[in-house]
Design a protein around this ligand. Structure first.
Ligand code: GTP
Ligand code: MG
Length: 149
């Protein structure tokens, strides 16, 4: 099954946007499998963003992600990885379309309120990195037959 790791970054938590952001994925119809508020240790932030370690903004990025609690989420659904990226919008919030999370709620790349996995492989990798197996629920929501024929 396809799954994606979505994370509300510390700015989203500090700005009181947790409910608003969760709501967008929930209303769309994806299945929530895991959810927690979490203070990210530096080592985990470094592992999560290891592909960016040669970028000039990398130290700032690690400082940002570890600067306060984040909300970690695992969402499942057909096409969820690409669809979640569409709901989130472009990396630079000034270029993100209105209607997207970043387009509606943020102004700067370094404070872009939310993360979403960029491929199904990274969806699996990141969920395994941020969650213990026991923190994930396999369940069928009552609305399932009203979402998918
Ligand atoms: P994520 O969903 O968070 O992975 O964002 P993304 O996939 O849209 O962008 P990317 O993976 O390329 O970069 C990861 C994160 O690094 C971004 O979301 C930003 O928070 C941060 N970042 C990327 N580019 C810049 C930059 O030029 N300056 C700063 N300050 N941060 C950046
Ligand atoms: Mg990315």
């Amino acid at each position: 099954v396809e799954e994606t790791y979505i994370m509300i970054k510390p700015d989203g938590v500090q700005r009181g946007l947790v409910g608003e952001i969760i709501s967008r994925f929930e209303k769309k119809g994806f299945l929530l499998k895991g959810l927690k508020l979490f203070q990210c240790p530096k080592e985990l932030a470094e592992e999560h963003y290891k592909d960016l370690k040669d970028k000039s903004f990398y130290p700032k990025l690690i400082g940002y992600i570890t600067s306060g609690p984040v909300v970690c989420m695992a969402w499942e659904g057909v096409g969820v990885v690409a669809s979640a990226r569409k709901l989130i919008g472009a990396t630079n919030p000034l270029q993100a379309e209105p209607g997207t999370i970043r387009g509606d709620l943020a102004v700067q790349t370094g404070r872009n309120v939310v993360h979403g996995s960029d491929s199904p492989e990274n969806g699996h990798r990141e969920i395994a990195l941020w969650f213990k197996e026991s923190e994930l629920c396999q369940w069928v929501p009552a609305q399932a037959p009203w979402l998918m024929e």
